[in-house]
Design a protein around this ligand. Structure first.
Ligand SMILES: CSC[C@H]1O[C@@H](n2cnc3c(O)ncnc32)[C@H](O)[C@@H]1O
Ligand SMILES: [Zn+2]
Length: 455
């Protein structure tokens, strides 16, 4: 229950500290330190930042806040971090299902994108996805799509945190003439957002099969010079790896390493069909992995050997991929799939236990995006990016182990409240900065246009 309490100052004793928000939670899992669960504790928030986590009894005496929330039966965790998305593709959800990756892209998605993608399409699709992400506990997403200006504007207006990874392809498309044009446009957008606290820009060369060596070298140079993150689809299928070897004699990971791209600023998305040398290269260079299990399953792309990657000391995060290949953006469901799949792929039921899966969806995601000084765990000094999950349902009883219930029984529908940088964006399942009716109307308009029912 949320309680605005502007009159709190009347009860304020002399030595009470004035803050903005006080959240009394039944449970808190901060993720850092690892495996810790706090019971009947509170989060004190000032200027969008967590100032303290302490027992509720003490918090009630120490602080006075203009907004006070009593989250009985709710578990507060760090906001979930989706490290790979194509948010605008929500408007193509269900448009072309049950195809393998390259048929899906070449025969269905790319032709549709050629016809429909525009700033208006990206704005509407991204807003629809942001609403879905906030309703399922995501507070940060990394996005790779055409017209990144529209993506950034949608994120800025909604209040969510975003890494806008501008797309770089060597072929002409609706947004850019070629790779160099994309880099120029993307860097101009970065200038526009240079001082924004929630929106960061990154390079997104699309994939090894759509971007040539000259463009990749240029990206590596700029990324190094400007300290910018880079993300790229990599080793999405065995076919991609086989074709690269046949064409160039190099595996895609090997080629990127030779071009100077692999570093702690590099996020490799997918990473199936890996051999020991690929894993050793990722580990040695400090590059990160965005594991997208549901998209990989749906497109029959292959399996990421998550347990092996973790054993090699690689930082593995979770991404949903776009909503047209998943077909949803529910990070709790994605993390559940990752936990189950890691066991099946490794043949080891102890692989990826619940606490490690939760870390992948939070702090590992922040590391992968280079923002772990800001978000990814609940610690004093970090942004108040929070997700509160209702654990009172029948399906979650009894509560032997909170993290187990969260990963193995909960999903996005159980998320009740969400804050980003201290601002409440989901309040008892209602979005505070977005109009749900309008979002659904816009989605319907696009459905009719794409189906040829209207202009
Ligand atoms: C250059 S904008 C992003 C580009 O990527 C396409 N896309 C969506 N999902 C995938 C995927 O799983 N692998 C490769 N490319 C993908 C999207 O349709 C855009 O064209
Ligand atoms: Zn993708």
């Amino acid at each position: 229950m949320a309680n605005k309490n502007p009159s709190n100052s009347a009860q304020k004793t002399n030595n009470q500290q004035v803050i903005d928000t006080l959240i009394h939670a039944r449970w808190i899992i901060p993720v850092v330190p690892e495996k810790r669960v706090y019971e009947n504790c509170s989060l004190a928030i000032k200027d969008g930042v967590i100032s303290a986590i302490l027992p509720s009894e003490e918090a009630r005496m120490r602080f006075t806040a203009s907004e006070v929330h009593e989250l009985d039966d709710q578990l507060v965790i760090p906001g979930l971090i989706n490290t790979h998305n194509h948010a605008a593709m929500s408007l193509l959800r269900g448009f072309a299902d049950d195809q393998p990756l390259m048929t899906w892209l070449e025969k269905h998605i790319w032709p549709a994108e050629q016809t429909w993608v525009s700033p208006e399409f990206v704005g509407d699709g991204t807003r629809l996805s942001i609403a879905e992400m906030l309703r399922s506990g995501t507070t940060t997403f990394s996005d790779q799509y055409f017209f990144p200006e529209a993506t950034a504007a949608a994120a800025r207006e909604a209040g969510i945190r975003a890494q806008v990874a501008f797309p770089i392809i060597d072929f002409p498309n609706a947004w850019s003439r070629d790779g160099f044009d994309a880099i120029e446009k993307g860097l101009a957008l970065r200038d526009d957002y240079r001082s924004h606290s929630r929106i960061g820009l990154a390079f997104a060369p699309h994939a090894p099969y759509t971007v040539g060596d000259e463009t990749l070298q240029k990206i590596a140079m700029y990324a190094d010079e400007l300290g910018m993150a880079v993300q790229m689809h990599l080793h999405e299928t065995a076919g991609e790896v086989e074709k690269a070897v046949a064409d160039s004699g190099l595996r895609p990971t090997e080629r990127l390493h030779k071009l100077g791209l692999l570093s702690p600023q590099f996020l490799s998305v997918h990473m199936t069909a890996l051999d020991d040398a690929d894993i050793a290269l990722i580990s040695k260079t400090g590059a990160h992995v965005s594991h997208c299990p549901r998209s990989n399953l749906k497109l029959a792309s292959g399996f990421t050997p998550v347990a092996k990657l973790l054993d090699a000391g690689i930082n593995v995060s979770i991404g949903t991929d776009g909503p047209a290949s998943n077909n949803g953006l529910d990070m709790l469901m994605e993390t559940n799939t990752a936990a189950l799949l890691a066991k099946a792929v490794s043949g080891d039921a102890s692989a990826l236990p619940a606490h490690q899966a939760l870390a992948m969806a939070t702090i590992n995601g922040a590391r992968a995006l280079g923002i772990d000084d800001v978000t990814g765990s609940l610690e004093a000094g970090k942004a108040a990016d929070l997700c509160a999950i209702d654990l009172s349902a029948i399906e979650q009883q009894p509560l032997h182990d909170l993290t187990s219930q969260l990963i193995y029984t909960a999903n996005g529908h159980n998320v009740r409240n969400v804050w980003v940088a201290g601002k409440q964006l989901l309040k008892d399942r209602v979005l505070t900065t977005m109009n749900e009716v309008e979002l659904k109307q816009r989605a319907q308009i696009w459905r009719d246009r794409i189906a040829g029912l209207s202009k």
